[in-house]
Design a protein around this ligand. Structure first.
Ligand code: C5P
Length: 286
């Protein structure tokens, strides 16, 4: 095998609770992560040596400050293999949007390199390599519906959700994750929601009960930095969504609809022309 193409799915957070700020500067979290059908496409081709990166987007750095590049460096330093790789990123996931686009690309590069060089992927080892690159990246290795703790890298697979029809809306504003966490600390709010009830719902009950505290503690901080989030969420509610929430540190907001055609209709009639908007579905682990 000389080349292969992989999907790098985005994620949303069905819930995100901030526990505390740790001494290492990260926040201890409880999150429900969910993969969705919106995905980047990654093409990997073997080369004689070194790592090269190109992309459909002109907004991304193409050197070793890019997480996909870092994942390839990490693969080659952890494994004795001959040769190098050319990486092409077809970007479909909005950048710096709370959808883990960069993390998804990095995890897909790692997954793909194990396949391309025909090495057995030892999941625990690979996850620990990926955790060094970013908090959400170990999750992105296999995705699905996952309960994540620690800074996001301690993962427990949950039962697969029945397919949810979604709309994901990203205002044309970039929010850097550290800025949103800093703002969260400045606002000094105490998390009050009952995460245990959410876990019980997802582990033992057939239907997601949206009347439970499916919330995101970062939402007030993100809204204070990007007031458009509130407007987007209100419009999604008016369009018939049964549930809406900020994803990660934002500014993307997702909405869940009872039927796929309601999501498509809402996308068609979306009034804010500068937003990135896409209909998507939840997907199982890959
Ligand atoms: O791990 P990652 O590179 O995604 O984190 C980026 C930044 O987001 C961290 O440097 C930190 O400021 C913030 N963060 C955090 N707590 C987490 C994850 C991220 O404070 N659990």
């Amino acid at each position: 095998m000389d080349s292969l193409v992989l999907n790098a799915p985005a994620k949303i957070n069905l819930a995100l609770q901030v526990q505390k700020l740790r001494e290492d500067g990260f926040h201890e979290l409880k999150m429900i992560m969910q993969s969705i059908s919106l995905a980047d496409k990654i093409k990997l081709s073997k080369s004689s040596e070194g790592i090269s990166l190109s992309s459909s987007s002109n907004e991304l750095p193409l050197d070793n400050s890019n997480l996909a590049f870092k994942a390839a460096e990490s693969f080659f330093s952890a494994n004795q293999v001959e040769g190098g790789v050319e990486i092409y990123l077809e970007k479909n996931i909005p950048i710096a949007a709370g959808l883990a686009g960069g993390s998804a690309d990095a995890a897909a590069v790692m997954r793909g390199l194990y396949k391309l060089f025909e090495l057995e992927e030892q999941t625990a080892k690979v996850k620990s390599l990926l955790a060094q690159l970013g908090s959400d990246i170990p999750y992105c290795l296999h995705g699905g519906t996952v309960y994540a703790t620690g800074r996001g890298e301690v993962l427990e697979q949950l039962p697969e959700l029945d397919k949810k029809h979604l709309l994901v809306v990203t205002p044309a504003v970039k929010l850097a994750t550290p800025t949103v966490y800093k703002q969260y600390d400045n606002l000094a709010a105490e998390s009050e929601f009952n995460f245990e009830a959410i876990l019980k719902n997802l582990k033992f009950e057939e239907k997601v009960n949206w009347s439970l505290d499916y919330k995101n503690d970062l939402q007030p901080a993100a809204e204070s930095l990007c007031p458009q989030i509130k407007e987007v969420e209100e419009l999604l509610k008016e369009s018939g969504a049964e549930f809406t929430l900020l994803s990660g540190s934002g500014p993307s907001v997702f909405a869940v609809y009872p039927l796929a055609k309601q999501a498509e209709q809402a996308a068609k009639n979306w009034p804010r022309k500068t937003d990135f908007i896409t209909a998507a579905e939840t997907i199982p682990s890959y």
